[in-house]
Design a protein around this ligand. Structure first.
Ligand code: ARG
Length: 434
């Protein structure tokens, strides 16, 4: 570098003889130790002018703290974007409508936020005329993949720098490195876990959780009460959906941000939304993760119940399969893909009659659907009832069963009912049959 830097008086850095500017880089900045170290590192060791981009997808640190840390670490400027509504509207809610839950457990909170962060990094890089973007991910997780693939897809020319992946920097080293550069911030105790949070959920891993036999200690949870400490009196809520999107709570219209915030609080109070999962990362590692996702768990349960009223059994069956594919493409970082667009079009089509209201009881760790009402319901009480008012023709069942069982009867005659066949043990493997 042709620039010269003289450090003095702690954090102050004077720059002399700038003939031309350093290349600009936009860093996804959380305000934590890793990304604060990254600002200094990218500036001093790699010669970038760093623009720190702090994106609020819920549960972020206090803005003034974030800004002052970034400036102290030598950021050229700090940009803050409130992306909470966009995150829910364009990422979390479409995943909700799809029923996307990774490996039947994880509502994908962290995974859903990454493509939005990637998009905003690219947008800000363009606005600022930056040549590069950076993130603080390690080389072991899924998040690096989601960031990199997202960024590469949106602008293949942007350089991607990942200081934590490129240089292993233990916590002590980071603190010393910042001190050496005059940045002495009380980082506090990191706590025993690695945490990521946004409105759709909290992800917690590492520490004692790495032992899959160990029950998560109480400190692993922050958003939810333990079911035994939750109130014994249940809370009842009614969620109204229109075309698969939640739009009312207890009969009142409500914004995505307000309903998700409310359900996280209320669900958390009742101990709803704790998930303990051994998960398959894209990079081949199995990892143990504790999630807290009260709002996501409640909204998914209610949405599934509404689909039970509104969709045919064939639609439910195919959609379940599509939901898995959707969850995997989100998890594996393929948000910005034509495959996603195709699947999203199918999901949107399935939701055109998914409107109605679901009533749930929240109590001691569970969110139980106790009532459903759908605008264009396929549930017909006249057909279902065992009481008077039955509209179903029971005599028609005889002919139906005659045809339905036709091939099975033929098969039994020809193949099953051979001499000595054991019809008690039909579920056992052949070798085991006498
Ligand atoms: N395993 C989850 C995922 O890949 C969450 C990772 C979040 N990071 C964390 N530090 N817990 O989406």
């Amino acid at each position: 570098m042709l620039t010269e830097r003289h450090d003095f008086h702690g954090a102050a850095t004077e720059i002399f003889s700038y003939a031309w500017a350093m290349p600009k880089l936009v860093l996804a900045y959380s305000g934590g130790l890793d990304t604060t170290t990254a600002i200094k590192w990218l500036n001093v060791e790699q010669g970038y002018d760093v623009i720190a981009l702090n994106i609020d997808v819920g549960k972020s640190r206090e803005q003034p703290v974030v800004e002052s840390r970034a400036i102290a670490a030598g950021a050229l400027k700090v940009r803050v974007i409130d992306a909470k509504e966009d995150f829910l509207r364009y990422f979390a809610f479409p995943a909700l409508a799809a029923g996307a839950i990774y490996q039947d457990a994880y509502p994908l909170a962290t995974a859903l936020a990454r493509p939005l962060l990637a998009k905003l990094l690219v947008d800000v890089a363009h606005e600022e005329g930056a040549d590069a973007v950076a993130h603080g991910c390690t080389g072991k997780g899924n998040d690096q993949v989601r960031f990199d693939v997202g960024i590469q897809t949106l602008d293949a020319k942007l350089k991607i720098v990942a200081p934590t992946r490129e240089n292993a920097m233990p916590r002590d080293f980071q603190i010393d490195y910042l001190k050496k550069h005059g940045i002495d911030i009380p980082w506090g105790d990191k706590g025993p876990f690695s945490i990521d949070e946004n409105l759709w959920g909290r992800s917690c891993e590492a520490g004692v959780l790495e032992d899959p036999w160990a029950e998560p200690p109480p400190e692993a949870y922050e958003w939810t009460r333990s079911p035994e400490d939750a109130p014994s009196t249940p809370a009842y809520i009614e969620i109204g959906y229109q075309h698969g999107m939640p739009i009312t709570l207890d009969g009142q219209e409500i914004s995505p941000l307000a309903i998700v915030t409310h359900l996280n609080d209320l669900g958390g109070l009742h101990g709803v939304g704790r998930i303990d999962h051994i998960e398959d990362r894209l990079v081949g590692i199995k990892s143990r993760e504790i999630y807290e996702s009260p709002a996501a768990v409640i909204l998914h349960a209610a949405h599934r119940a509404l689909e039970g009223m509104s969709l045919s059994k064939q639609q439910i069956k195919l959609k379940k399969y599509v939901a898995q594919e959707y969850a995997e493409l989100i998890y594996n970082g393929l948000w910005f893909s034509a495959h996603h667009q195709d699947i999203a079009a199918y999901v949107a089509s399935t939701q055109r009659h998914v409107s109605g209201t679901i009533r749930l009881r929240l109590q001691r760790g569970s969110a139980t659907v106790v009532g459903r009402k759908a605008d264009e319901s396929l549930y017909d009480r006249g057909l279902a009832t065992y009481d008077s008012g039955d509209t179903y023709d029971q005599t028609a069942a005889i002919g139906f069963i005659n045809i339905w069982g036709l091939q099975t009867r033929t098969q039994a005659r020809q193949q099953l009912l051979t001499p000595g066949a054991d019809t008690l043990r039909i579920a056992m493997p052949k070798e085991d049959l006498t």
